[in-house]
Design a protein around this ligand. Structure first.
Ligand code: ZN
Ligand code: ZN
Length: 437
């Protein structure tokens, strides 16, 4: 997923009365010194992870690397929680338990960044070998997560409580957070009093963005297989053409968005996969489409789910075909930040980053199964960091040229400033809730 970095001129004194108690500038400087010392090692780790991306629930190598890093730091590490997930605990006196979560997985894409350490990795996906790439920046998150784990150990005389570092599988395909919760994440291990996560996006690096309340969309995925009747391409009248059905569906389903959904409410239907036939002169028997449905609120979501299914059935009916095989996979719900924690952590970020800490006006349209942890009762703060050179960003904004974003084969956040910003911001908000009183 991605967090949009929204430029807003709001800010100073947004939450009067919530003033960070600690010396934020001094703490930030101490974090910076820790990062200076560990950066060469982090850079090597980042490049290694970037070059060896792994798909959802196949993140064994990645998980083992992170587990080894945290074990070496003195964390008590449990592996294979929710298939490939890891949990690392560090007890440092009385106080709250704080979860810091990273995702472990990459995407089935062929990398086109041209970077010297670009991925050439391949893995099996639904029985087919596919290229794999860290196109969502989870490699940045992992490097920042390890950096925070080390920084907090180096600064351990400044806080008291329990750290719970969670490496979550299968955020992209969905189901990873749920698998960890089902495997006892909050029963075999302490249930966190606070949870934190971050995401890099195509905003300028050095910047952080945050928002109380709803921060991103619900996500449901669906597949529809149109069942036609195959035959020779020269004799279409003897067939029922599933490719024509697929074509109608792709176009007509957008009327659900433009004519049925309230235009004032966010909602998107996108088809990302279409598979049918393999010869130009053969009409195949079936055509299968896969897509995603996103919204911020449940009424809009239900309206879209009904509209997409009805459109699929109507297209088949119009072609004289049997009803299509329609499958809905309910996905991530919206991530909702805890208002109190967002106010507190937001104030810390504002104090530390000044004009480079920005309040997002609107939720982002991507989605994220971190929502499972929120639903399980962990008050959370999920925030965004930028990953793109500010000069490139400014130029793109001026010329209205969209930059490659998350899930693009060209998405290439700049490692060092992104990792440092993520690690600084995360260390600060975690230290704030673990302050000795
Ligand atoms: Zn993603
Ligand atoms: Zn992501």
């Amino acid at each position: 997923m991605q967090i949009r970095i929204v430029a807003l001129g709001l800010l100073a004194g947004l939450w009067p009365g919530i003033a960070p108690a600690a010396d934020i500038a001094g703490t930030r400087a101490a974090i910076g010194r820790s990062l200076d010392g560990q950066y060469p090692r982090l850079d090597a780790l980042y490049r290694d992870i970037h070059t060896h991306p792994e798909l959802s629930f196949q993140e064994s190598r990645t998980a083992a690397m992170l587990a080894a890093e945290l074990k070496a730091l003195g964390y008590e590490v449990t592996e294979k929680v929710g298939k490939t997930g890891i949990v690392a605990l560090y007890r440092n006196g009385p106080g709250p338990t704080v979860m810091v979560r990273t995702e472990l997985d990459a995407l089935p894409l062929e990398e086109k960044t041209g970077l010297p350490y670009a991925s050439k990795a391949k893995q099996m996906l639904r029985g087919v070998e596919t290229p794999v790439m860290h196109a969502c920046g989870h490699d940045i998150h992992m490097a920042a997560w390890v950096a925070v784990a080390r920084t907090l150990i180096e600064l351990k005389d400044q806080w008291s409580g329990t750290l719970m570092f969670v490496g979550q599988p299968a955020e992209e395909a969905g189901g990873g957070a749920r698998a960890m919760v089902a495997d006892g994440l909050f029963t075999r291990f302490p249930k966190p009093d606070y949870g934190f996560a971050l995401h890099v996006g195509p905003g300028p690096y050095g910047y952080v963005s945050y928002k109380p309340g709803v921060i991103n969309s619900t996500s449901d995925s669906f597949s529809v297989t149109f069942i036609g009747k195959g035959g020779h391409g020269s004799r279409p009248h003897t067939t029922i053409d599933p490719i024509v059905m697929a074509g109608h569906f792709i176009v007509d389903v957008q009327s659900v968005i433009s004519r049925e959904k309230d235009a004032a409410r966010f909602g998107v239907v996108s088809i990302g996969s279409l598979q049918a036939g393999n010869a130009g002169n053969v009409i195949p028997d079936t055509a299968t489409l896969r897509g995603t449905i996103r919204s911020y609120d449940n009424d809009t979501r239900l309206k879209m789910l009904a509209g997409v299914e009805r459109t699929a059935k109507a297209v088949a009916l119009m072609a004289g075909a049997p009803p299509p095989d329609y499958r809905l996979v309910e996905g991530a719900k919206a991530v909702v930040n805890d208002d109190g924690l967002a106010a507190r952590s937001g104030a810390v970020l504002k104090e530390a980053f000044g004009d480079k800490a920005r309040l997002s006006a609107e939720p982002g349209s991507a989605s994220e199964d971190y929502s499972e942890f929120v639903i399980a009762g962990v008050p959370s703060f999920y925030f965004g960091i930028g990953g793109i050179d500010p000069a490139t960003f400014a130029q793109a904004t001026a010329s209205k040229t969209p930059l490659p974003g998350n899930h693009s084969p060209e998405f290439a956040p700049v490692p060092e400033p992104s990792i440092r910003t993520g690690a600084e911001a995360m260390s600060l908000v975690v230290l704030d809730v673990l302050q000795k009183r």
